[in-house]
Write a protein that binds this ligand. Sequence first.
Ligand SMILES: *Cc1c(COP(=O)(O)O)cnc(C)c1O
Length: 348
Amino acid sequence: MRFEPPPATLRLRIDRDALTANWQALDRFSGEAQTGAAVKADCYGLGVAQCVPALRDAGAAAFFVAHWGEVAAVAAHVSSATIGVLHGVSTSAEANFARDIGGVPVINTVRQAQLWQDAGGGLCHLMVDTGINRIGLAPADIGNAAIQALNVDTLMSHLACAEEDSAENMRQLRLFRSIIPAIAHRRTSISNSAGTALGEAFACDLTRPGLALYGGKPNAGFAQHIRQVAYPQAAVLQIRHIAAGERVGYNGQFVAPAPLTTATVSLGYADGFLRARGHDASLTYQGTPLPVIGKVSMDMITLDARAAPMLREGDWLDVPFDLPQIAESSGLSQYELLTTLGHRFDRA
Ligand SMILES: *Cc1c(COP(=O)(O)O)cnc(C)c1O
């Protein structure tokens, strides 16, 4: 017998219309180029099942994940031939799996190229490192026989400073352009979300936005074009009344300055509400902000609920999720805010 759990006390609403509109906005930024979608890390924490069908229906036809373990969930919605795997193939097991499932490895090293050919090879992408010095082929290795033997769909590189107004972007683009004639390929691609705002020259044949699809704004150019996609909510577990001088939460860090009504809420750092967010943060009840007090726990936070006398156990609170704003106040990156959301939300 299988037990279906009851609805969670955490829910994450995905605004599919906003997701679609964001992809369309990035597609406009991409000009003549095709617009793909980075869907790694479970669509940056928002859920492959919720996001990939909307991106597919909007027109995306190139999807990127990092790990082979991420392919099957995406392939439930799109052809595996449209899924690029950014980490490439580091073992023969990965190369064989790639052949079996039909995902397309992004080859990053000479050794990966050899592993891929040894497994039978086939269409792949090729990542050349033009300055981030993280993963990707060194430009000097482009003439290597194992690389030249690859059947390359998309020749790609990745920008290190795309969200900044930095001379490094043009330097990387120039280096990338100098490599393009050195290997046969079908398409070129250098831009992530922020790269698409750098101008037409950066679009190449395919763009690979991630963050901005999900509501992140890597730079000011996106301000009016990108909409919030994720709306988390958490339920009140308990309402308490405490006296002045009583303490709240681990280590008794918060001391009630007056008699307080508190609300303990089903949301903690295991749900992406990291302690860095707890300072001067609020959740809202029907638009009324209720400040977080005391330390954030793994599964709970406590709020000063005096501003909402009608609040009852079981009521739902909105968790603010304007990404640029919360990144600013918490010191966390917009990427971290999305990808740490965790697995306990009911995503809908
Ligand atoms: C994650 C990733 C992207 C998407 O980047 P965003 O900044 O989220 O738009 C694009 N390309 C590569 C290689 C990536 O790793």
